[in-house]
Design a protein around this ligand. Structure first.
Ligand code: ZN
Length: 73
């Protein structure tokens, strides 16, 4: 039973690895977008996880904190 679960987990992980690699390659071809708040490059790892990101992690976190506090930024 555990062998079957391990095999299934391996298959899922391999598919995820492949999907992430393809996404990274596509993002690399598109160039490096900049954060709309600070202008720094949005890191490739962030874009691989969240391709629609328009802000770097620091700026997105700051924006979400302000939004939670009811501040319009
Ligand atoms: Zn930023």
């Amino acid at each position: 039973m555990s062998d079957e679960v391990d095999l299934a987990n391996d298959a899922v992980q391999n598919r995820l690895d492949g999907a992430i690699a393809m996404q990274r390659a596509a993002l690399h071809r598109q160039g490096t977008p900049e954060c709309e708040d600070c202008g720094d490059d949005i890191p490739l790892d962030r874009r691989a996880v969240y391709p629609a990101a328009t802000r770097c992690v620091a700026c997105q976190g700051r924006r979400e904190t302000l939004n939670r506090q009811g501040v319009r930024a």
